[in-house]
Design a protein around this ligand. Structure first.
Ligand code: SAM
Length: 305
């Protein structure tokens, strides 16, 4: 049976940067350093590791899983950009969006760039990756991360995504958007604490403001004329920022539908939005997280209705 992990007891997830190396080479490197590879995990409990053993993740093929508290921040592979230290749940958005090689992709709220670098790896560094962030400091951290990861297909802009013109000629071929907007961060296990009643009232107002911003971003993103698929994600556990934002957006944008995601994933969005995924410490051994995938209706899918 699974115990409830604290933030520092979650497994250490390591995403292999396939632009610089392969999963096999990364495994060999760790083995030569004295780690022991136990093969591919096939149930959740296989991710509860001890000492220097590690496994391949059971859902995501580019992900290796080590025991909690394994620290790779000074590791050669990390410094060389061969591995990215990223929670498993936060690998879902780019994996599910899955933009093809050569496509035009937009990352609306991109810094510090973990998901951007994952998108670039999936695109094999070919095509165009427009990435925006409002915060100049976070954007400069992002440049460093992308440089280290060998990414060259990106175009970074220190810009308010809500002011980006969807009809701008440079975006005419954008078919894929990743939207990971600012959220309460309530899914980050290390940030959780008990709130006082006045704190709760303040939190409620903050949640409402965040949800309004998130819906605004979603509606804006759906205005890109060639958009086919959009992934929306938060590291929040609050339905106000997750299912409620997506449900409101679906009502306002009948040209889009929700795509049912990963049947083998153990945790769904709250009913009726069960096409979406949730993640949590107890059910997926990750931080709390939410992902939705929206797709434009095709003429055929409208006929099917
Ligand atoms: N996707 C990032 C990653 O995986 O590394 C994390 C993004 S973080 C959850 C949200 C980001 O949105 C912050 O860096 C914040 O500065 C940025 N942001 C907030 N409002 C924005 C806006 N109006 N336009 C663009 N970026 C914005």
């Amino acid at each position: 049976s699974l115990q409830q992990p604290e933030g520092d007891q979650l497994p250490r997830y390591v995403r292999v940067n396939t632009l610089k190396t392969t999963v096999e080479d990364a495994i060999d490197y760790f083995k030569r350093e004295g780690f022991s590879y136990l093969g591919q995990a096939y149930r959740l409990d296989d991710l509860n590791l001890k000492g220097k053993s590690f496994v391949g993740d059971l859902h995501l093929s580019d992900l290796l899983v080590f025991s909690a508290k394994t620290d790779f921040h000074d590791h050669n592979l990390y410094k060389a950009g061969h591995i990215i230290l990223q929670d498993k749940a936060s690998c879902l958005p780019a994996y599910l969006l899955n933009p093809p090689t050569g496509s035009h992709v937009l990352d609306a709220c991109a810094a510090p760039g973990n998901k951007t670098s994952h998108l670039a790896a999936i695109m094999k560094n070919k095509g165009k990756l427009f990435a925006f962030d409002l915060d100049a400091k976070r954007l400069s951290t992002m440049s460093t991360l992308l440089l280290r990861a060998g990414i060259t297909c990106q175009q970074l802009a220190n810009q308010d995504f809500l002011k980006v013109d969807p009809d701008g000629p440079q975006y005419k071929d954008v078919e894929y958007i990743l939207l990971d907007p600012s959220c309460s961060g309530s899914g980050m296990v290390c940030l959780r604490d008990e709130a006082s009643p006045s704190q709760k009232e303040q939190d409620k107002r903050r949640l409402q403001a965040l949800a309004a911003f998130q819906l605004h971003c979603l509606n804006h993103a759906l205005r890109f004329p060639r958009l086919q698929r959009l992934v929306y994600s938060t590291c929040s556990i609050h339905t106000e920022e997750n299912e409620q934002v997506v449900a409101a957006c679906m009502l306002q944008n009948p040209g889009f539908r929700l795509v049912p995601l990963l049947q083998q994933w153990p945790e769904r969005g709250l009913a009726p939005l069960t096409q979406c995924l949730r993640a949590s410490t107890t059910k997926t051994l990750t931080h709390g997280f939410f992902v939705a995938l929206l797709e434009r209706h095709t003429a055929q899918s409208l006929e099917e209705q």
